[in-house]
Design a protein around this ligand. Structure first.
Ligand SMILES: [Zn+2]
Length: 487
């Protein structure tokens, strides 16, 4: 009896200690959001909107086939920038790379400080043929209707180019000069990989030995209801990009008539290989940018979620299980496997001599193409299947505990006072990856507050942005230049 009582006392004591400790953790998580220093920037809305509206009318479309580029229009767009932003063009040096990629250099007063770079792209994706009439406003009209500016590029990414130029023009006209060199870099082929634009800009600057304290590109936006348990809008700043690898699996062998098949056919074996991959999956691990995201949003969560995330060490297996339930959050914590093409067979009564499958993998930072190939080989355990793999490695991971990230966070808070600004992992590719080669840190953030619906319109129908968002984007770019030059 005595022994039993003793066990109860100890267990009860441990439980109490557990509760006290975990509650302590929960109540002592400090917010990672700086208090806003409300922006005082005043933009002449009408003039700024009309310049943006006109910028949309230039059909600077990127095609996979470069010969289809209408380069005259690209030149007209460059001319338009010159006539619209006179202060920028008389105070900054402009250099063209491959004729259409633009580098503007704004000389700082303190040459011992490292430069910063703001980048965006002015090419846009084509409007899919046959969908033009589905648009509420013509895709290259730049129409302004009931507080919204319409057209291809309003979100992706002329808002970046025009927003940055508007901000710079404003700062110059208000007597501001930066302490660091500020580079504005605009690519003209981001939508097809950025090789002649961003990548060539990087090569040019690399040769000159220019390295940046940070480069800021388009990326995550401010969205409501994105993170469970957080009521405030959350603005996510990409600190890394997943890699993308395409593997082709091929099996060749004798075909034959379907009336007398062998026990193992090419289709059967290849299907089994894919099933094994889906069955096994890559390990999920809440670390890196995914973990950073939750560290930044946890303090802003409702009690239940905050309790779980504040005690991540204990609840990690549960958190991972929850995140794995939805594809969007699963992609945050593991390398994903997506079979996208399967080719085999032509005739109902003939066994195909060959079967091929294409699988797209999105790689977590730290994973490599080589590692993925090894994973496939070990998992499928079938040496008759050939594997080839190609693609882009995951990018590096930028810091969050430095003045660079804090400048971006502060600038965003100065404009969007109510938003929680947090780092995250980008699934989509952008020009930013090219800048890793010459920048200590690369961040990906689009300073607009939009909905999940708006995100779909980016490469689809009815792309538009509110005037308010556009003005806020200008304010953000001005704020970020000021914040970074204070450091
Ligand atoms: Zn873009």
């Amino acid at each position: 009896m005595k022994k039993f009582k003793w066990i109860i006392t100890v267990t009860g004591g441990l439980l109490l200690l557990f509760v006290v400790l975990t509650l302590f953790n929960t109540f002592t998580v400090d917010s990672k959001q700086p208090s806003p220093d409300s922006t005082t920037i005043k933009i002449n809305k009408q003039a700024a909107v009309s310049r943006f509206s006109k910028a949309i009318t230039f059909q600077t479309i990127s095609y996979k086939d470069r010969s289809k580029f209408d380069l005259e229009t690209f030149q007209l767009f460059i001319d338009y920038l010159k006539e619209s932003y006179p202060a920028v063009h008389s105070n900054l040096e402009l250099e063209k790379v491959n004729d259409y990629a633009l580098i503007y250099k704004w000389k700082g007063t303190n040459p011992s400080k490292k430069p910063i770079g703001l980048t965006a792209h002015y090419d846009v994706v084509p409007v899919i043929e046959g969908t033009e009439d589905n648009w509420q406003q013509k895709p290259f009209s730049g129409n302004v209707v009931e507080g919204n500016i319409w057209g291809r590029g309003t979100l992706d990414d002329k808002i970046g180019v025009i927003g940055i130029l508007e901000a710079t023009e404003y700062l110059i006209n208000n007597g501001y000069s930066p302490s660091r060199d500020v580079y504005l870099m605009f690519g003209h082929d981001e939508e097809i990989g950025g090789l002649e634009g961003a990548s060539a800009i990087v090569d040019t600057l690399k040769e000159r030995g220019v390295t940046f304290a940070f480069v800021l590109d388009e990326g995550g936006a401010i969205v409501e209801n994105m993170v469970p348990g957080v009521k405030k809008p959350v603005g996510v700043v990409g600190i890394s990009e997943k890699g993308s690898a395409t593997a082709e699996l091929t099996i060749k062998g004798s075909g034959g008539h379907s009336s007398q098949p062998k026990d193992e056919t090419n289709i059967g074996r290849l299907s089994a290989a894919i099933a094994k991959l889906e069955d096994r999956q890559f390990d999920a691990d809440l670390k890196g940018p995914g973990e950073d995201l939750f560290e930044f949003v946890a303090p802003e969560m409702s009690f239940g979620m905050k309790y779980v995330f504040a005690n991540k060490v204990i609840f990690e297996p549960i958190i991972e299980k929850i995140l794995l339930q939805k594809p969007a959050s699963a992609a945050l914590i593991r390398t994903t496997i997506a079979p996208t093409i399967f080719n085999a067979g032509e005739q109902y009564n003939a066994l195909p001599e060959e079967a091929t499958a294409v699988i797209n993998f999105r790689l977590m930072p730290g994973e490599t193409l080589k590692g993925v190939k090894k994973f496939i080989r070990n998992t499928i355990d079938d040496n008759a299947i050939q594997i080839t793999i190609e693609g882009i490695e995951a990018s590096g991971v930028s810091e969050t505990n430095n003045w660079q990230f804090k400048s971006i966070q502060q600038a965003a808070r100065n404009v969007y006072e109510n938003a929680v600004i947090a780092p995250y992992l980008m699934f989509a590719g952008s020009d930013a990856k090219h800048y890793d080669a010459i920048s200590e840190n690369t961040y990906r953030f689009s300073p607009v507050q939009i909905t999940a619906e708006d995100l779909k319109r980016m490469h689809g129908t009815d792309e538009h942005i509110s005037e308010e968002n556009y003005i806020n984007a200008i304010k953000f770019y001005a704020e970020v230049m000021k914040e970074a030059n204070r450091k």
